[in-house]
Design a protein around this ligand. Sequence first.
Ligand SMILES: [Zn+2]
Length: 606
Amino acid sequence: MKQIGLLFLSCLFINAVTLGQEIEESKDDSLYLNIVIPEQDTIVYSFSRYRVAANTNPGATAYINGRRAKVYSSGAFIAMIDHEDDTTDIIFRVEMDGESLSDTMMLVRPMPEEPNLSKNIISDLMVEPGSDVWLEPGEALNVQFQGKPGEDAYFNINGFTDNIKMEEVSPRLVGGKEGVYRGTYYVREGDAVKDAAITFKIKKGLLGYHKRVSTFKISFLPEPIVGVVITDDAYLNVGLGTDRLGGTKYGTIPEGVKLNITGMQQGMYKVRLSESLDAWIPRRFVELTDEELEPVSSLTGNIRVSGNARHDLIRVTLSEKLPYITTQEIDPNKIIVDIFGATSNTNWKIKYLTSEGIESVDWEQVENDRFRLTIKLNNTQNWGYSIDYGWGAIMDIRIKRPPTITSVIKPLTGRVIAVDAGHGGSNNGSLGAAGYQEKDVTLQISELLKAQLEEAGAEVIMTRTDDSYVYMSERREMTIETRADLLVSIHTNSIGYGSDPLQIKGTGSFYKHIAFKPLAEIMYNRMTSLGLDDYGLTGSFNFTLNAPIEFPNVLVETAFISNPEEEILLTDSDFQHKIAEQIVAGLEQFYLEHSFIESVSDMPEK
Ligand SMILES: [Zn+2]
């Protein structure tokens, strides 16, 4: 049974938390008590169960709220406590040789918001949307505010239309709040409004209306506006949603690409990719063009397929740098590139003899404005590829050839392997009850991995080599620019505050692109062979270092540092060695299964 739905991978986003404690060998064996969770004396917490964690001398006896807690060999002790009332005390007590220590922490339930019912005014508490919005025909403008219950309420789109009726919403639908009014305007073809404020109105006795003018502005766009991507780290988001790792992304998009912008909300532009598909892009990545332009589009020219010893090259001639989305398939191994705004003008395909890695390139006009290239590869594994705009608006798709192995005993000879030690510096990652921090454990394992990989003949790129803070974008760029052949990211997992750390444990491997699933699968099997529980093989995972298409990559969540038994394993140097050994063995297996094996000097006798 997987319980992924109930949890979250807290280790990936926990930010700067300084524990204010260090793990020290206690020199005089005197009794100590370190509380790890909660991290402050008073915590505002709204759920009914909360996990606490602390550590003491391994030989001590520990109690949490009077109940005895098992003290592990690391000194860790944990408990789940009920938080049913407005406040819950958490009393930690430890005893040893007639000595005792105790400390009390507190959980507090958040106070419900007081409704603003005293005056007949419009509260700015709930005026929405709250930031500027651009809409296109067919979309709905939804507004709301909070005011005195039981009145007539309206809104105006200033300079455009007046007195659109608003309805009072049942308090049950809005968290018990009274006097919440909502209204909607459906944008029609031809509606054109630029930067209009909204005036909210609520009846004031018999005399008239109280009014409040919004600070946000509304625009209706009758036609798309053309924007240009101005950075080289831009990406397209699938939707407006966000989660802890950021909203789901389609992938990166190069500088200079032109986009048809049809809307704006929550700091993101809406991008029309095709008749049936929209995407979103953060505003900071785009500069709008001033001129009135036709929507960006292009006819496609010839498709040329060639290659050299390292990669195959597919070159598509376009007249504009258009947005694209790339996906892959496995069994058989394919790369798919959808180019938006492109329409086929030719069916020429020129394939040169040098393009050994490509079995076929086919195109299809999926929609009027969506041109799809399907590239079938000759080998079983996608080793990574890149998409760039070269001279003018020529799209270059470079696909790596499988490596050639000259030693089956040391298949990693000459390979460039990137090892990413998760977190670092002010970003501690997740915490174990014995007081160990994820950032230290990941660095220890990564250093062992580096040494073993080098012994196996590989060249290793470390995204960090000490306890320093390295941005995720830096880690990503570093591995792409150094032309890493493959990346392994090392983390330890953790659970949320409402989950039981004894129930949730095990090892997990994560990938985003289906093309790199085989690597994640091998790592997962290798890690479970260490006797760790299976926490699952997870795909479509939205982690920054699972995003590159340029090389196979995998995130290894070695084990749960929040589970006291796994914390002991993760901080044991023998076990850390074993983890590194399994990862190296997994990489060797991956290379042996998917490379060309040529003129091997050490091929075993049959
Ligand atoms: Zn982590």
